[in-house]
Each structure stands twice: as C-alpha cells, then as structure tokens.
Write a protein that binds this ligand. Sequence first.
Ligand SMILES: [Zn+2]
Length: 289
Amino acid sequence: MLKTLFTSGGGGVVILGAAVLLTVAIYGAMRLVALSLRYPPLGARVRLRADPIPPEWAAIVERNVVLARRLPPADRERLLRLVQVFLDEEPMEGCNGLELTEEIRVTIAAQASLLLLKLRYPRYPRLKRILVYPGTFVPHRLEAPAPTGAIYQAPVPELGEAWGSGTVVLSWPSSLSGGRNRSDAHNVVLHEFAHELDQENGVADGVPILEPPSSYRVWGYVMGQHFTRHRQLVEQAAEKLDPYGATNRAEFFAVVTEAFFEQPHELLREAPEVYEELRKFYNQDPAGG
Ligand SMILES: [Zn+2]
C-alpha cells in the first residue's frame, strides 16, 4: 500500500505520505515516552545516594516511626536511603503557616518509604507534592457545589487525603501520632501512600500494579471476597478492622495496608489470604520478622 501511494500519486502524494508517517512516528514516540514515565521498565532501579546521611535522621526515625524499630540494621539503612531519595524528589509544603522542620519532613518521608522498602521500584511516580497542615483540614474541593448539581456532603475536617492528581494532604499531628503508635492499625501516612500505590496505574480501585501479571487473578478473588465479608461484618458491628474500609475497594486496600504493618499478627490470624497477598505485594513479612 505504501509503495503504491508513493509511486502513483506524484510528488505531492509522496510529501503527504511522508508527513503522515512522520506524524504517526512522533505520536508513537510520545506514547512510548508517556508509558515509560508511568510504567518504568521492569529492570528500572532507583539510584540510592552514598553520601553520609544526616546523623539526626536515625534519631528522628527511632523516636517517631516505631514500625522501623523492628527492621534489621540493613533495612533501617535502606529506609534512610529511600528517605533521601523521597526528600530529593517529592516537594513538601507547609500549609496554614506550618513551617516544615527536618523532623516533620523525615517523619513523613520515613513512613511513606516504609511501604516502598522492598518494592522493586521504590518510588511514587505519580506523586507531585505533599501538603502538610498544622492540624485537621477541610478539603477545599468540597466547598464549591458541583457544576452538575450533584449534592455534596458538608465538608468535614480530615486527617489526610490522596488526590488522584498526585497530591497527598496530611495533618502533621496525625502523621506524628500515627507514627508513634505502632499497634492501633491507624496510620494516616501509610493509608494515604497506599492510595498512591493503588493509583499508580491511573485508577483508584484497590488494585496496585502487581507482578507477575498472573497475580491479578488471585488478588482480585481474595480481595473481592474479603471486601464483601468486611462490609457484612461492619454492618453487623462485628468487624475488628477499621470500618472505613467498607467505603469502597480503594479504602479497603488502604485500611488493610495499615493493619498489615501495624497489626500483622491479628491480620494474619483473621484474614490469612489477605495477609499473604499483601506480603507478596509489599515483599515484607511484618508478622514473621
Ligand atoms: Zn482513604
């Protein structure tokens, strides 16, 4: 077909054909670049720095991120290296007059990096910024009525949020108390950054990017079954997990992530299949180590 196009139509057709080919090639290249940004090559690695880590960081993590205390020394070192990458790459802003200190930055970065600790690509590629408030905040997006006329609930103060656009919003007091209490299964930083992992493929559906691709079948079955069971138990007021997980599958994933890290033995006992899926995904075994 191309040969006919080039030879039978004269110079104008040849130029037109070349222009079409060039356009297709440019579009294809742009798509490839976009896809590679969203899905880095499987072999991609994050380059960790080798320069000295500020000595106060280990003390901040020790004091404020108690989940890190269970980590062996090599993993603690890796966590601090991931904190370096995180703080290099992810803009963090203080809001409502909050001045970001090293303690705030490291405490939030270390909790967010805990989820990444054993991932093959330990990074949040869609994250654009983190907004930190000096207390609870009212989400601005709820303040204006929708142009479609949809009815919104009245804005309520929140501890944290993860927008699909790549913004994570956190209350500093809640981030700190969540980090210091290791066993209540409430950790707003783990919760919101679990949403970030979930949204890495562009959809907040409780299904992060899994490897190998065959994992999706088991994940879908196990999480679907347990989400249904969770909703039933919440209705009966008999659920031990945070009932907020019954909101939808994305919240269920965030809630079981909190439980996986903060109450791993309980989760393993109550829902061993869910624990196993999370163990494979995060490549960590907090109940075993
Ligand atoms: Zn949530």
